[in-house]
Design a protein around this ligand. Structure first.
Ligand code: BDP
Length: 720
């Protein structure tokens, strides 16, 4: 009896630990639900042998062991001598077999991070080889092989050659040292600064595994609104402890450098980048950092932007500032990522034009180890923006992409919005910098202007919530960022399908339903938030919810009316040659297309044009009717998304089902909120009725205007 009781307690415990809470991300490794396939895989994978002793090889072996034992539900062991049907993994130099010439030739083309997975026969033995030039490539190849098993792919005859198209693939954490996360909606920072460096939360390793599995190779630990304390010895030791955990996974640590650090922690009287004492201070600081973190990646800097200090405080240029830091880290192979997100309300110029105006003249003036980090669009991570005109405008300078994975402007922690289509829309845009085909992708992968130093960053959506990203589907955006950073030619649909299979299993019916929810989700959100090129009409400060009425604030470009310019004639920001002339920052024919009321794609219409309310749209409807149609279609699509989700009841883990169901209800309510608030507000200018057949808002505009959210998450701490 006692024995039985113990068994029951034990089983209950197992049940609890097995409860699916999203912690395992896309590395669930649940047992394959197809016994025939398991048997087939077992036949093809009798064992494995990893060659080499580096930490990267050890973690690769451990990962394969974990994955095989769980996916195939049996102990698959390491083998000393080579037999048929084994996995042989290791860097080329450690593989003693004679490799087919084809493999040796390909190895020459794939750099240090690339890998080859190839099935071939040698001395009558059938081998699946995972090889690379360096051990980190072997780890990436191992994760790829595991993914094939997770997706129940055919592994009979593999011939895979992969290498990343972009060199630096980084997450940017906007995490503060007090563990708050600016624009974070998944709890507090995962970096437990107080307990570091002595206490190593197991999460750090899982973070590294997840990132390595999608090819992310760097992480900026701290907020761009930087705190110079992170550059003190006390904190550098903490950063070094994280770097030690991440190193085997090929992930380098970077820090944000507050430009005034020489004053704040160095006790100097200036941070002037041309002052010899200041330059010396940064050089010594770099030396100190590299002593603790020998493979430190470098600095990310937000300077002279939104109140942050920078070289312009001393009458110097962005290049003076960036080059000073670049000089400090160049000896160690470090880089400086200098952000182009700059604008100033004292500059009497359209905010959308300011970054280009400041940075284009500096093209060619930066040191070789500087990258300019440019947000995808010219304003600020809005649900839809045209591509940033700096892409294609600075051929002499490596430009890196900055995307926002955290959904500051796309429903924050509660809206299901799959972001790959947003990322793809931007990188597939043609800048025409060197004629047709000069896509943003080619700018950032270096192929357009022949740059070897290339990069892409995603502002992280990770926090200490058990499921990492708050909304389960936030995981898909982290995943999609990594996959696209590795290979921007993948389609949004391919990536969605991978993520769904890794997260929810391989039942086609389930995969199709979830894919149909994810694929249109970004467009849905654009519809109920900012259709037809509207932008920056969200809540003040916390950016939560709609607030197109925001005006009369200390900075005009922090209001909403600055952007939508609605009046009795119409709506939209005139950025044509007759207006702010932002269109001129694009190459021909893009500039002419954006400039023309007829040719401008309607999705960008109100971004570039102030359009009369009765303007006839392509559909034949007036602008007012079309605007209403988009807002209403947005809400309808959230409702149909919820219906699709309901079909999954009983077919997926109930925990995950309930989690998403509850969030979808919030999303639906908030979509209605956005629609009603915006339509009612814009109606005060158009003076036109909401078209027939549409449900009428059940609340007044005054009601929506009265809402306040003093404790909405993710607000920038007041001391910045
Ligand atoms: C804005 C965010 C703000 C960031 C800023 C940035 O609201 O919190 O500091 O971007 O990118 O979108 O620097």
């Amino acid at each position: 009896m006692k024995y039985l009781f113990s068994i029951l307690v034990f089983m209950a415990a197992i049940n609890i630990t097995n409860a699916e809470d999203g912690y395992k991300l896309w590395l669930r490794y649940d047992k394959i639900d197809n016994p025939v396939l398991i048997e087939k895989y077992r036949q093809l994978i009798k064992g494995y042998s990893f060659k080499g002793n580096s930490p990267s090889i050890k973690v690769a072996e451990k990962e394969l062991n974990l994955a095989l034992n769980k996916l195939l539900d049996c102990e698959i062991q390491t083998l000393d001598n080579l037999r048929s049907n084994v996995i042989l993994a290791g860097a080329h130099k450690n593989i003693t077999l004679n490799l087919p010439e084809e493999i040796s030739n390909k190895l020459k083309t794939i750099g240090d991070e690339g890998y080859i997975i190839k099935t071939f026969e040698t001395e009558g033995k059938r081998i699946t080889l995972i090889t690379a030039n360096a051990d980190i490539g072997v780890l990436y190849g191992t994760f790829h092989f595991i993914r094939l098993l997770q997706m129940q792919s055919d592994i009979d005859n593999l011939n895979i050659v992969e290498s990343p198209l972009i060199k630096l693939r980084l997450l940017n954490h906007w995490d503060n040292l007090d563990r708050t996360v600016e624009r974070g909606y998944a709890g507090f920072s995962i970096w437990n600064w107080h307990l570091l460096p002595d206490y190593i939360d197991p999460r750090y390793k899982d973070y590294a595994r997840a990132n390595a599995s999608i090819g992310v190779n760097g992480t900026v630990l701290t907020n761009v609104n930087a705190n110079s304390l992170v550059l003190t010895k006390q904190y550098l030791k903490k950063a070094a402890a994280l770097a030690d955990v991440f190193r085997p996974y090929g992930i380098k640590v970077y820090l944000t450098a507050r430009f005034s650090a020489p004053i704040e922690i160095g006790k100097l009287s200036t941070a002037d980048p041309l002052n010899p004492e200041v330059r010396k201070w940064w050089k010594e600081k770099a030396k100190e950092i590299y002593e603790l973190i020998p493979d430190f990646g470098g600095f990310l800097v937000k300077a002279n932007s939104e109140g942050q200090p920078g070289p312009q405080n001393y009458g110097r240029s962005h290049s003076d500032g960036a080059n000073m830091l670049a000089e400090a880290v160049e000896h160690y192979g470090g880089v400086v990522m200098w952000r182009a997100f700059v604008y100033d309300n004292n500059v009497p110029e359209d905010r959308a034009k300011q970054a280009y105006n400041e940075f284009k003249p500096l093209d060619g003036k930066f040191k070789d180890n500087v990258l300019i980090q440019v947000k995808n669009g010219p304003i600020d991570f809005q649900p839809r923006e045209p591509f940033h005109p700096l892409f294609g405008a600075m051929p002499e300078t490596p430009l890196m992409m900055e995307f926002q994975i955290t959904q500051e402007y796309l429903g924050q922690g509660t809206h299901l919005v799959y972001l790959a289509p947003l990322f793809k829309e931007c990188i597939e845009s043609d800048t025409y910098a060197k004629g047709a085909g000069s896509t943003v992708a080619k700018v950032i992968d270096g192929s357009l202007d022949n740059h070897a130093l290339t990069g892409i960053a995603g502002v992280s959506n990770i926090g200490n919530d058990r499921n990492w990203t708050g909304h389960l589907f936030g995981q898909s955006n982290w995943y999609a960022f990594g996959r696209l950073a590795w290979n921007h030619n993948l389609t949004s649909e391919q990536i969605a399908e991978e993520w769904i299979r890794l997260t929810f299993g391989n039942k086609n019916e389930i995969v199709e339903i979830i894919k149909n929810i994810m694929m249109p989700s970004r467009e849905n959100t654009v519809n109920y938030m900012t259709p037809l090129g509207l932008h920056h009409i969200m809540g003040w400060d916390h950016h939560y919810g709609p607030a197109p009425w925001i005006k009369d604030k200390p900075r005009a470009e922090w209001t909403s009316v600055y952007y939508h310019r609605a009046d009795s004639n119409g709506i939209g920001f005139d950025r044509t040659v007759n207006g702010s002339n932002a269109v001129s920052q694009y190459h021909s024919p893009v500039s002419e297309i954006f400039n023309s009321l007829e040719k401008c794609p309607e999705k960008y219409l109100l971004w570039f044009h102030h359009v009369p309310w009765d303007y006839k749209m392509k559909s034949g409807k007036t602008l007012w009717e079309e605007l209403c149609n988009h807002y209403y279609a947005g809400v309808d699509s959230v409702r149909s998304m919820s219906k699709k989700w309901k079909q999954l009841e009983g077919k997926i883990d109930s925990e995950l089902f309930d989690h998403v169901s509850m969030l979808m209800k919030i999303q639906e309510d908030e979509a209605v909120w956005w629609r009603n608030a915006c339509v009612l507000y814009f109606q005060t200018f158009s003076k036109l009725p909401i078209p027939e057949g549409f449900e009428k808002p059940d609340k007044t505009l005054e009601y929506y205007q009265s809402l306040e959210f003093p404790y909405a998450p993710g607000i920038r701490p007041k001391w910045h």
